[in-house]
Design a binder for this molecule. Structure first.
Ligand code: COA
Length: 320
């Protein structure tokens, strides 16, 4: 695969830490020092699928293509109000993408979804099942957290990041891992009991559960390992990588990895200060922002690294 164009879209409502401390026992000082987050965009009266489609439309424009050129749509999403149809089908309808034939599918690999989907798209392109894939990662995590739980709700934001991928050999290396650890980050939808059971043991409401410290520790350890592995697999050294774009879960995680590698700040990009954690959308939103700021040139080497519920991790080296 190669990245032909990127796009992103964010909800219009910006919520600062001070705004959260109006109804939560928290403070700008706590959130800033523990996470790096100062504000985030939160979905209000927008439709989530419109944000996803807008990011996709911007990526198609940036690639210099039109909706007619897209012959596959893949979306990464943890949860939205539609269990079915898929987000990819909704995006297809909103953008009027007909293709000669245009299959649509969603993947859910939590906050590592972006790298998982990139690997899948590369396989689809390599086997000629597609020639131009619209790949959209979109999340509205803030609708699935408990707004009374200060440990989790302050961490997240919403948004969509997208790219158009075409045929090429720019995915230099990729590594995906999964270790079952279901209790570290869990979000379960309420279920209706059938007429054949009492309903006992069926959860009617369970907000997102997060063991922050465990996630933090795993994230740092796994990212250090995966980053070293994909750089070596690509036959490179850390000095060859121009830009590191890591999942934006906590600025302290990014800093711990950067310091461990002994690399300068300017090669590690971050937008968590303004965006919070947007799950699988976080890396593609960051990439689009950095590309549009003119900081990334064609030919530069990018390193992506993500991690999240599962526990799943993914890292990749890509030539832009
Ligand atoms: N405001 C004020 N205080 C808060 C708070 C908030 N929003 N959230 C938690 N606290 C309190 C806790 O109650 C605890 O108080 P205590 O010491 O009196 O018990 C104290 O702050 C420290 O909590 P702790 O959980 O140890 O903080 P931490 O330094 O581990 O930071 C996270 C918490 C969540 C920011 C951090 O663990 C993290 O970033 N984890 C990874 C991110 C993640 O899980 N992302 C989701 C999946 S990718």
């Amino acid at each position: 695969m190669k990245i032909l164009g990127t796009g992103s879209a964010l909800p219009k409502k910006t919520v600062s830490n001070d705004m959260l401390s109006e109804f939560l026992d928290t403070s700008d000082e706590w959130i800033t020092t523990r996470t790096g987050i100062k504000s985030r965009q939160i979905i209000t009266d927008e439709r989530f699928e419109d944000l996803a489609a807008l990011a996709g439309e911007r990526a198609i424009q940036a690639a210099g293509l039109s909706a007619d050129d897209i012959d596959y749509i893949v979306c990464s999403n943890v949860a939205n109000c539609y269990i079915t149809p898929s987000l990819a089908s909704l995006v297809q309808g909103l953008l009027g993408i007909k293709g000669p034939s245009c299959p649509t599918m969603d993947i859910n690999s939590a906050c590592a979804g972006f790298v998982y989907g990139l690997d899948l798209c590369d396989a689809l392109l390599q086997t000629s099942r597609a020639s131009h894939i619209l790949y959209v990662c979109a999340e509205e995590v803030t609708r699935f957290v408990d707004w009374n739980q200060r440990e989790t709700c302050v961490l997240f934001g919403d948004g969509a990041g997208a790219m158009v991928l075409g045929k090429g050999d720019n995915l230099l290396s990729c590594k995906l891992t999964s270790v079952p650890m279901a209790d570290v980050i869990t979000y379960r939808l309420p279920l209706e009991p059938t007429p054949y059971e009492t309903g006992e043991g069926i959860d009617t409401h369970l907000p997102m559960q997060l063991k922050g410290r465990e996630v933090f520790r795993n994230a740092v350890n796994c990212a250090q390992r995966d980053i070293a592995d994909v750089i070596a697999k690509a036959g490179l050294t850390a000095d060859d990588i121009d830009h590191f774009l890591l999942h934006q879960a906590n600025l302290r995680i990014v800093e711990a990895i950067r310091e461990h590698m002994g690399l300068p700040e300017e090669r590690f990009h971050s937008n968590i200060q303004r965006r919070g954690n947007t799950s699988s959308a976080s890396i593609p939103i960051l990439l689009d922002e950095v590309v549009r700021e003119g900081k990334i040139k064609r030919g530069d080497l990018l390193l992506f690294d993500g991690f999240g519920a599962g526990f799943v991790t993914g890292a990749a080296v890509v030539r832009y």
